[in-house]
Structure formats: C-alpha cells, structure tokens
Design a protein around this ligand. Sequence first.
Ligand SMILES: *[C@@H]1O[C@H](CO)[C@@H](O)[C@H](O)[C@H]1NC(C)=O
Length: 375
Amino acid sequence: MLTFRRAFVAAVFVLTIFYLTNTRSSPPIADTPPPATFPQAQPQPPSALDASRQASTTAIPSDQKGSLDRSSSQDQKTMQQDMSRMSLYDKLAYQFPYDVESKFPAYIWQTWKYTPAQGEFAFREQEATWTEQHPGFIHEVITDQVAVNLLRLLYASVPEVLEAYEALPLPVLKADFFRYLILLARGGIYSDIDTYAIRSALEWIPESVPRTAVGLVIGIEADPDRPDWKDWYSRRIQFCQWTIQSKPGHPVLREVVARITDQTLRRKRAGSLRDVVDKNVIEFTGPALWTDIVFEYFNDDRYFDMTHSTGPIDYKNFTGMDIAKRVGDVIVLPITSFSPGVQQMGAKDYDDPMAFVKHDFEGTWKPESERHIGS
Ligand SMILES: *[C@@H]1O[C@H](CO)[C@@H](O)[C@H](O)[C@H]1NC(C)=O
C-alpha cells in the first residue's frame, strides 16, 4: 500500500531528478576533450571528417540532412508550430532534437524494483562498479513509480507516448520501453541493473574516432555463425539493448519510440494488447525490434549518403568482428565488449581489453532463455 510517507519520498525523489535533469545550466560532460596527442582527431568540419572516413565506412551521414534537421527545428521553434498536426516521429524530433556534435551526457540510468537505499536491493556490487568507473556522472536507479512520474515530466507534450507506456501489459515491456525513452529524452548510458562496468564508458569509443562524430554506441548480443541459428536466435546478428550509450534525440531511438508507441496504441484500440505474452517481447520491444531498426537506419537514405555505397548493410558487415566498427554516427562494438565470457560466438573473456561490461542475466526482467526463440 502506498503510504503517505512513501508517496512523499517518491515525490521528493522525482523532484530531485527533475531538478538534476532540468536545471543544470552546464550538465557534466562524458567526453574527454579532443586529445592533442591524436593527430587523427584534428578538428575539422563534419563534412571533411565524413569524407575522410569514406574508406572505412561505406555509409556516411549526409551533412545536408544534418543541416536540414537543425534549421527546420529552429523554424518550428520560432513559429511555435501546432504539434497536433505533426507525425509522432516529427513531434519527437521537435521535442528532442539531435545534435551529433553535442557531448555525451554524463548520466547513467538503471531501473529496478527497489532503489539502492532499500534493504531489498540486491545489486549493490554491480551498481557500485558503475559509480566507481564513472566519477562525476549522475547515476540514477529508477523504480517503476519514479519512472512513471519522470516520463510524465519528460513526455508531457507527447501524450500518446505516455498512453502507450501506461498501456503496456508486462513489466518487461515497460522496462524495455523506458530505456529508449530516457535515452531519447536525456541521453547518457542505460544499463540493466545486473551488469558490471568493467571499463569506463570514456574508453568505449576508439580513440581514433572523434566524439563529435558519434551519437550512439551499441554492442552485439549474438552472432551465431551456424546453419541452425534460426532455431536459437531471432536474428543472425542481434544487437543487445541491456547496455546502450547515446546522445539525446538520436534518430534510432526516435524511430524505436515511435514504432513501439504506434504498435501499442494500435493493439490497445484493437483490444489485442493482452495477447502480448513473454515470447513476443523480443519482437515487440526487445532486441529483435532494436536490431531491425538499427539496420533500417544504416540503410536509410534520409540519414546516409548512399552515392558511394556498394550494397546494403546487413549482418555480414558485423559478423565475426573483433574491433569496434563505425557506420555513420554509430559505433558497433564487438561481441566481447558487452557480452564477454559467454564462451561462444567468438566472445573473449572478461580480462580482454575490449570487455567493457559484464552482464549476468540474473536479475533482468527477462532471463536469457526468453530472449531466444525456441529455447
Ligand atoms: C558491408 O558489406 C558489404 C559486402 O557485404 C560491403 O560491400 C560494404 O562496403 C560493407 N559496408 C560497410 C559500411 O562496412
């Protein structure tokens, strides 16, 4: 039962978060300044950088698109456009503009049933590694009640998103949705509560890549190079969503949020939301949806100049890789980075220099088995 005291504590906590996320005039910065010792990282206009990376990545962000984004959002701000006529995707773009040249915000977001202040909290050891590895970051473990209130503040102007969040019938769906929502609105790092930080996020992006050219860092969950992979996994390459780093407003997150919202409200209206059971989660909000939208983004000519492309980007571009790969403004880390020690699919051990987080799969909302079809 919700006692007055609990409600009061929750309200104070929400207000604290609201204060932390809204009134900081200069948010803490996760980026290291461009190191003078790296000749590759000389400041250049983005177009020059992109052109110089053409050799290593086929798809490059088109800078026309970048400038288009910026100017259109400015126009909208001065006109105070009537948002009700905009598509959900455009509303989200207006509300949470993306600027690849901004800094990675120094936030760590986690969710759990309890906060670290409560006796029932069982992930003290894991949680502490994030704080230890990231001095100066704001680190929040958000409970369900706080999540609802935080989202009401962040998404007040996009009520269909709130309606969808509240309509989702399973905690696992809400937990999935929350990570995309918080990163779209605020950016930073989301990581499941049962992960250990092995290395600071300041080391996740290769030193040769300028931080101003990257807006999303993702890892590989599964790379099953075997003929019967379909019996075990939903995708030939599956990107994980237990740990994600992003700048606010990233278009992949915008698309994921728009897609989940539309799907949820359509099902709600059709009365079929209750049919979403555990085994559908992977497609509905989980890594299958996440993986599909990342690949769609890589092949989207709104964001990538395809004129020099030699073909679509698919799983083949990421299978078996053991160093990070940059595609446009996305860094894809090898399987070792977010899934070390799984002793399959080429993942190396926890002491490998590319091992960044350790995921236990213990206290997740969904055990690993539910993430894989047929197992
Ligand atoms: C992806 O792989 C294809 C061949 O499968 C190749 O032609 C293309 O250049 C690769 N793209 C990137 C960005 O690595």
